[in-house]
Every structure is written in C-alpha cells, then in structure tokens.
Design a protein around this ligand. Structure first.
Ligand SMILES: Cc1cc2nc3c(=O)[nH]c(=O)nc-3n(C[C@H](O)[C@H](O)[C@H](O)COP(=O)(O)OP(=O)(O)OC[C@H]3O[C@@H](n4cnc5c(N)ncnc54)[C@H](O)[C@@H]3O)c2cc1C
Length: 381
C-alpha cells in the first residue's frame, strides 16, 4: 500500500517509521522548504519514552536532553518566591522540538520519500484510492492519506471542513523566540506572572541562549498568521507597561528572527477519519501547549495508527475505527488537562500545595494508563 502523509514535524516522520516497519510505502509531503527548527521545548514521560525506545531513537533524543533543572517562580515585584521542580514542566526528558524533528527525519529518510516545499491542493477519494493534486501541479495516486499537518491542518480543511468548526481557542496567545543568554541562566528558568500576562525564560543550547515565551490572555484576535511584524506589534501592545525584565525582553523580541506566535487552541472532532483519509497528532486532536502532552499524543498516535493498519491487514475502515478507540480516552483526558491549565495560567502566586499536587501528578504516571502500547507484529523489513 502507498500512503501519503502531510506534515514532517513529529507525527508525520514517526508514522513514516512505523509504516515502514509494517511493510507499507510512505511519502511525506511538507509545505516548508526544509525541516522546521521550531524553538520551543517538548518533553516526554511514560509511554512516549517507550515509543522512542522501540523506534531505536531514545539514545539520540537523550543526547539532546536540555538537562533542565528546577525553575524559579517570580512574583509581580520581581522577587523569586518558590521553586518549580523540573519534572512539572520538563517531564523525564526534554528536548527542543527542532532537534526531535531532525532525529525522526534522520531515522526515516533512507526508506521514506520526503517531498519538501509542496502541499496537497486537491484530494479525490474513490473506492480504489485517493487521487492527490499538489500545489506544484503534480498528480499522484495513493491508497490512503494521513493529515499530520498540525493545528491548522490543510488535510482537515480539505476533507472535514472549515477550521472554525473544530478549533477551540483557550483564551491565551503566546510568542516564543530565542535570544542571547544576557541574564546568565544556567540550566534553569524563571517564570514571571501577573494578571493576564506571564513570561517564561529558560536557558537553552548549553546555556548559550535563552528561549523566551511571552503569554497574554485575550479572546480570539484577527491577524495575518504569516505577518511576523504584526505579531510583534500585538505582543508589544499587550505587554506595554509591564515591569520586571519585560522591557528588555520586548527589545530582544523586536530584534529576534525566530518569533513564533500562536493561539493556545485545541482541535475537537467527533471522528478523525473520513473514507481513506485520517488525521494524526495536532491535526486531529491538538490538546494545546497547556496540556504538555501534544508530542506524546503525536508519537503514540503514530505507533497505534500504523499498528492497527497492519493488524487489519490494510483494511483501512477497520483500522481507523480501532485507532480511534485506542486513542480517544487518552486524548480526552489531555484535552481536559489542557483546558484546566489554561484557566489557571495567569496566577501570580502558586501555593506550595498546588506545586506539590503538580509534582505528584507528574510523577505518578499521569495519563499513561489510558493507553496501552499493544504489541503489533512487525513485517520483515
Ligand atoms: C509553544 C508550544 C509549546 C509546547 N510545549 C509542549 C511540551 O512541553 N510538551 C509537549 O508534549 N508538547 C508541547 N507542545 C505541543 C507540540 O509541539 C505538538 O503537540 C506537536 O508538535 C504535534 O506534532 P504534529 O506533528 O502533530 O504537528 P506539528 O508539530 O504542528 O507539525 C505539523 C507539520 O505540518 C506542516 N504543514 C502545515 N501545513 C502543511 C501543508 N499544507 N502541507 C504539508 N505540510 C504542512 C508544518 O510545517 C509542520 O511541519 C507545544 C506546542 C507549542 C506551540
């Protein structure tokens, strides 16, 4: 079977790996002209680590561990008032998402056809397959198509309908960028919060730089998703008059060339498949960054989807239904957590009790019992 995957970030390359292990041929199309070097960090625990291990990339991922230590919570006067244990925000292992994407790409490029700088323009499903017309004008036939193209999934738009039917805004916008480590942070971070605004700063790349995240509360905003100058202006307006290190960070943002600006949002859908097309990762069930589990969902979802396709011997209707059954409870719980943390996001003094509860939740296996990594027998390749 020939399977087309849209999106080469986390879910797409992870699926390419498992499809190959089960004997399917895979093409991955990525709109960006090269691998994207996204600035934020992602973390793993529990079953997601088990998937990385089964893929044989766990050691490579560990080699890029940010080795983040505990962070300091800063109050509105700019004073550190509590310590936030790393396990809450960095899991058992944390790496920059760009590093993860590179590792997954390297692990799959030998047997996967990667097409960069293109995108699906038209999908025509028939009883026998899917005819795909790309933006480049190429027309190709596949047996199945998987949308692993993120929160603003192109595949979802083409097959399931308009984004506003599925994307739920959680009332928080975030701008993330990197800058020099002029604050001298070493394997640690600062989290500053006042009503409706919060700032996280973490050291990165052996403490040679810092990753800054500026978050603010807002209802849905109208803006051009591709206009970085406009993004910088919106963020600067929302942080005007904020104290502490914020004025210096706004100057750093103005000069930064890697500003990523996005709404915290979830994707909520009754079903993730339609005929021969299925959604994976953020495209189908984004839980929002406030859940801290989007990468796990993408990795585990890829493992389950490919495994169910193999278990059903390629009968996609059966396989897609089984994939949804396996994943649904796990996703629902992460989405609940994502919404809950979005509501508690801008608190300027976390109590020790809240911190202790978060540590307990982070160290007790969390939501792992909601998904079991079934053993799917692998093809001989
Ligand atoms: C600020 C922030 C912080 C986060 N922190 C964490 C964390 O601590 N822990 C955690 O587990 N998760 C975290 N996440 C979530 C995590 O990044 C995502 O859940 C995860 O990357 C989902 O992977 P994905 O492959 O499904 O989608 P994405 O990573 O969004 O990738 C989608 C890919 O599809 C491509 N694409 C888009 N349109 C097209 C098209 N038309 N054609 C072809 N390709 C296309 C994109 O270029 C991209 O490469 C965070 C996310 C953000 C934004």
């Amino acid at each position: 079977m020939k399977i087309l995957v849209s999106g080469a970030s986390v879910a797409g390359p992870a699926l390419a790996y498992w499809l190959h292990r089960h004997g399917f041929d895979c093409t991955v199309v990525e709109r960006a002209t090269s691998l994207r070097d996204s600035g934020h960090a992602v973390d793993f625990r529990g079953e997601a680590l088990a998937v990385l291990d089964r893929m044989g990339v766990l050691e490579a991922v560990r080699a890029h561990d940010t080795a983040m230590g505990d962070a300091t919570l800063i109050d509105r006067e700019g004073r550190g008032y509590a310590t936030l244990p790393a396990v809450i925000f960095a899991g058992e292992l944390e790496i920059l998402k760009g590093d993860l994407t590179r590792i997954l790409h390297q692990a799959t490029q030998e047997f996967t056809e990667y097409v960069f700088g293109d995108s699906i323009a038209v999908l025509e499903q028939s009883a026998d397959g899917v005819r795909v017309t790309f933006d480049s004008g190429r027309v190709r036939d596949f047996d199945l198509v998987v949308g692993a193209d993120g929160l603003h999934s192109n595949t979802r738009g083409l097959v399931f309908g308009r984004e506003d039917r599925f994307v739920r805004h959680l009332g928080i916008y975030s701008a993330i960028f990197s800058t020099d480590n002029y604050l001298g942070l070493k394997n640690t971070g600062w989290l500053y919060s006042v009503p409706d605004r919060a700032v996280n700063i973490f050291s990165a790349r052996d403490s040679t730089e810092v990753r800054v995240a500026l978050h603010f509360a807002s209802g849905p905003l109208e803006y051009n998703r591709h206009d970085v100058t406009e993004h910088k202006r919106i963020v600067a307006e929302h942080f005007a008059g904020t104290g502490w290190e914020v004025p210096g960070l706004l100057r750093a943002m103005a000069a930064a060339d890697d500003v990523y600006f996005a709404a915290n949002a979830q994707v909520v859908m009754d079903r993730w498949h339609d005929g021969r097309v299925v959604l994976l990762g953020d495209a189908g069930y984004c839980a929002a960054p406030t859940s801290g589990r989007g990468t796990s969902q993408a990795l585990i979802g890829a493992y389950v989807l490919a495994g169910e396709l193999a278990a059903a011997d390629g009968r996609h209707t059966e396989a897609f239904a089984a994939y949804e059954r396996e994943m649904r409870g796990f996703v629902d719980e992460h989405q609940r957590v994502g919404r809950e943390w979005a509501q508690r996001y801008f608190i300027d003094s976390l109590t020790q009790e809240t911190i202790d509860a978060a540590v307990a939740a982070a160290t007790q296996g969390g939501t792992d019992e909601l998904v079991t990594l079934r053993e799917y027998s692998l093809a001989d390749r």
